[in-house]
Design a protein around this ligand. Structure first.
Ligand code: NAD
Length: 309
């Protein structure tokens, strides 16, 4: 076996992370461990929460869910567990499918006015007869811990302090933790949704990447992805990103969560093949998903601190 000099960096968590030189001689990508980073983030937030409690302040998150979408139930349960772990009070409002828009907005207004509630989250999807855009707009921008209110999205675009939506924020934290510098990099996002692709575009641009956002009507997708130093997939199609779409040594972030008929979770990236080519890659599960919830908790603590200044 050819002996190679190993180039590595020491991460904040003390682990050694080998850099792209290694990949050129056929090594596997570094797996970005979202699960441990999320755990570490939650531990730090627990300390912040205790400091607030010492001042007599108990952060509270109110979660609204309409209907009984099974995937939403799982997400909501995970959020509730994270609140318990950190010491955030959790209040759940489960509304019937038949609720009217007015009833939904009235509840949001009530929670906006409730001084004991610091963060409000409306779990999507909601039934089609309801207007989710109006609902997000009505959540007070100071309690909008998901970062979906147009005021907060505008602030993000302007690179001002705001609540960054949790999935893009989690990805930024991963880049930071693994010393992945975005400056000047060709960064391609596949997916332009309001909750992932678009806010992610703003975050990456704010961190000086040259960003290309692709979507279902993009022509010549592969040419674009092959040029990406950093490739982020947020599509919702299992194993959509194959190795031939990825540049050698690229950083690959997989946002997708797809449940197969066998109930197994897969991402939007063909992990087994792409990891042979990438320098860094996130797994599914255990990558972006846990970070999303950790950043939600971060936003709840931030909202509480801001409201008690
Ligand atoms: P979405 O359906 O709103 O958007 C999907 C995007 O993919 C669209 O912009 C669409 O144009 C694009 N797309 C679809 N087919 C394409 C194609 N053939 N070529 C190029 N682009 C194509 O989905 P979303 O809400 O952004 O979620 C995307 C995925 O991420 C889903 O699997 C979702 O479950 C997952 N997700 C994960 C987290 C997490 O915490 N890990 C959070 C949010 C969403």
């Amino acid at each position: 076996m050819k002996k190679v000099k190993k180039y590595y960096i020491i991460c904040k968590n003390g682990e050694r992370r080998y850099r792209d030189k290694i990949y050129k001689i056929g090594k596997m990508a570094v797996i970005i461990d979202g699960k441990s980073l999320a755990k570490k983030t939650r531990e730090n937030l627990k300390i912040e929460c205790e400091k607030l409690k010492d001042k007599g302040i108990i952060p509270k998150l109110a979660v609204i869910m309409v209907g009984d979408d099974p995937a939403s139930k799982v997400y909501v349960r995970n959020k509730s567990k994270a609140c318990d772990e950190i010491g955030v009070k959790y209040e759940e409002y489960i509304l019937k499918d038949s609720i009217t828009q007015k009833e939904l907005i009235d509840l949001i207004h009530k929670l906006n006015e409730d001084k004991t509630v610091n963060g409000i989250l409306l779990q999507s999807p909601i039934p089609n007869h309801l207007d989710i855009d109006e609902a997000f707009r009505e959540i007070s921008s100071e309690k909008d811990v998901d970062g979906f209110n147009p005021v907060n999205i505008g602030k993000l675009l302007l690179n001002q302090d705001t609540f960054v939506s949790c999935t893009p924020y989690g990805i930024m934290k991963m880049f930071e933790e693994y010393n992945i510098d975005l400056e000047g990099k060709n960064l391609v996002i596949i997916g332009r949704s309001n909750i992932v692709g678009k806010p992610l575009m703003a975050c990456c641009l704010n961190n000086h990447a040259t960003v290309t956002v692709c979507h279902s009507r993009t022509k010549g997708l592969k040419e674009k992805t092959k040029n990406a130093d950093i490739l982020i997939a947020a599509i919702g199609k299992s194993k959509f990103v194959t190795a031939d779409m990825v540049k050698e040594g690229a950083v690959v972030i997989d946002v997708g969560i797809n449940r197969g008929e066998d109930k197994k979770l897969t991402g939007d990236v063909d992990f087994e093949e792409v990891k042979k080519k990438a320098s860094y890659i996130t797994p599914v599960p255990g990558g972006v998903g846990p970070m999303t919830i950790a950043m939600l908790m971060n936003n709840v603590i931030k909202a509480t601190i801001n409201q008690n200044k």
